[in-house]
Design a protein around this ligand. Sequence first.
Ligand SMILES: [Zn+2]
Length: 86
Amino acid sequence: MVKRCIVCNEAEAKYMIKDTSDYYCKECALENFSDLQLLITVEEVAQQLKEFLKKKTERLEKEEQESKEKSSEKDLNEQDNQDREN
Ligand SMILES: [Zn+2]
């Protein structure tokens, strides 16, 4: 879905204010803000989101791996205890 500029409501929004949902096209952004450094590009946001999701997925995979390792360790310990009892 293409974001529209909230000022002219026509042009495709390429910029947004960080941590808000205010989107601007380049022209309106320049008109409202003398410095485009205040704004981040929509591509940048998409990129950050992608990175965030990637890290999250990696972390989940790692946690899953670790919990698997832990449970196999536990199995070994239980076996150990049984051996001792016998
Ligand atoms: Zn605009």
